[in-house]
Ligand binder design. Sequence first.
Ligand code: ATP
Length: 315
Amino acid sequence: MDVVTIGESMAVFSPESSPLMRYAATYSRKFGGAESNVAIGLTRLGHEVGWISKVGNDELGKGLLSFIRGEGVDVSQVKISETAPTGLYFKEVRSANNVRVEYYRKGSAASQLSVNDLDESYIASAKFLHITGITPALSESCYETVMQMISIARENGVKVVFDPNLRKKLWSEERAREVLLEIAAKSDIVMPGVAEGEFMFGENDPDKLGELFLNHGASLVVIKVGAKGAYYFTKEKSELVPGFPVEQVVDPVGAGDGFAAGVISGLLDQLPLNKAVERGNAVGALATQIPGDFEGLPTREEMDHFMYATDSEDI
Ligand code: ATP
């Protein structure tokens, strides 16, 4: 296994007959979740990825599982809850900068994940463990499960990659800050946006944030700055890796997940750091071009074409 991740995926309903949920009478249904988006992104780039989760013994849970399995992600560690349902959320895209979500996930099957659901050897078999700040926000048992996975990873030489993915709707700011800092301290690689860094350290200058995260425990810090690209910082070096220009953002949600998939893919391929971050920028940019959280995530061929093809090759 190249990468193991853990998190909740849900049925996602988007209004169709009106862009606003309050007026829409019809909705389209997809499936989504940050960690499974990253898993799908990495699988499309040719890596072997396992996604740990729990779904309800219900129709949406069955659909969700077969969808993620169909993308080629290993779902052998996904458990089925007989007592709690698969979570849902509604997503309203008012404009590229105004996306609203409403969750129906409290008490969901995934929020029941516990340390008993973990197979140590499965986690130990990976090269990277991908963690987001969403999973520990779901419940106390999810928090314990994430911390246990990080311990297993550290004991077995599996590198921990952490995307804070702050979701203020899921927990109090105090608890969020405390846990995000706790996980960042135990991670090898952290990939926050500037706003998340500011939330955690009260600082919004990328250079200062890079230093703060390095001093906090990470050996590689990657700070996302939207269309501008991303900075990376190690003890030895730091650099801004410029983003890829796109004509128009169709749907910004999922850019961060695509970015994470691209950077991890580059690290798995042992690219130099600037090239790994460049790959993250490319996948993040492509993710903004297609509506949906994971639809825009490219195959390796599509990514290479976007990064390296010249116009004349398009003709
Ligand atoms: P998300 O909304 O998915 O949580 P995020 O806030 O974590 O995203 P962003 O900084 O918005 O992360 O985007 C992640 C990466 O995707 C950026 O660092 C950049 O590489 C790429 N990206 C995002 N928006 C654009 C854009 N408008 N043009 C080009 N690249 C973009």
